[in-house]
Design a binder for this molecule. Structure first.
Ligand SMILES: [Zn+2]
Ligand SMILES: [Zn+2]
Length: 286
């Protein structure tokens, strides 16, 4: 199978515009927000807009299974009980419904912060949120929720591969959940990726601890912060602290060959998306 690779693209002017944005860049995979990621409110998705998205996607030649929605930033699914938590669970349910409506297969979520309550209580809250949200009718609910690893900042839940496994083990319907691995977050949380050997070790760890079959999507980003810096600052591919050797090895590893690869790289005077895509396509061994 040919590699499927692309970016997080804008939905400005309507969600169906994302398909054109992805296509224009030459993406064969892409990620979107289904709403403004920095607010709580979401306008309902109108029938026309949903149809237009589906039609454009169909015409684009981009596979349905290479499209990903990312949850907005405000929800905290691992927080203590209360209004913020209730709102977060409600948002998760809405996002799952929006994915189902749009025919999108994957929803990537951040696992949030226990806010000082300890990782056990954070995981309890998260497992509860995911269980409640996925409780709806299975036939209607086709979206797979992907837990994204994070940079291991203070109070965060899911900062290690072991914790991701622990959370998956506590979720009932294992088929509805999986994992999205972000290379910048791996590196910033302390997993070295700079050399071939480092990358091979990481894949052995993912295989042994999480299990390869859980891995559905890769977020390919270089890191502005150093190893174990806990900084969530993405860098252009090959220009950050991970660098060319590590990212080339990662990209060409047979374990991820069939997976959609999404970049969440900056757009600035150094490079835009076109340049990062060219770099990645050049890194992939023909
Ligand atoms: Zn990411
Ligand atoms: Zn990030």
């Amino acid at each position: 199978m040919d590699v499927r690779v692309g970016f997080h693209v804008s939905i400005a002017g309507g969600i169906s515009n994302s398909v054109n944005n992805a296509k224009k860049l030459g993406c064969t995979a892409f990620q979107i927000f289904s709403r403004n990621p920095r607010g709580w409110a979401a306008k309902p998705l109108l029938r026309e807009e949903v149809d237009s998205f589906k039609n454009r996607l169909c015409e684009s030649g981009i596979e349905k299974t290479a499209v990903v929605v990312h949850m907005p930033y405000l929800p905290n699914l691992s927080g203590p009980p209360g209004e913020l938590y209730e709102r977060s669970v409600k948002t998760l349910i809405e996002e799952m419904q929006r994915c189902n409506l749009l025919g999108i297969s994957y929803l990537v979520i951040h696992l949030g912060s226990h806010m000082g309550g300890g990782s056990n209580s954070g995981i309890d809250q998260l497992v509860n949120a995911l269980t409640v949200a996925s409780a709806g009718s299975k036939s209607e609910n086709k979206v797979i929720v992907l837990l994204e690893n994070n940079v291991g900042q203070k109070n965060s839940v899911g900062g290690t591969l072991e914790e991701l496994r622990l959370i998956l083990d506590r979720l009932d319907s294992s088929k509805q959940f999986g994992v999205c691995i972000d290379t910048c977050h791996l590196f910033a949380s302390g997993y070295d990726l700079r050399t071939k050997e480092d990358v091979n070790i990481i894949f052995e760890k993912i295989k042994a601890i999480v299990g390869m079959k859980e891995l559905k999507i890769v977020h390919l980003n270089d890191s502005k912060g150093g190893l174990g810096s806990n900084l969530d600052r993405h860098e252009h591919i090959g220009l950050g602290s991970i660098g060319v050797e590590g990212l080339t090895t990662f990209l060409n590893h047979r374990a991820i060959q069939a997976l959609p690869i999404i970049m969440e790289t900056p757009i600035d005077t150094t490079r835009g998306d076109e340049q990062n895509l060219r770099v990645v396509l050049d890194m992939i061994k023909k």
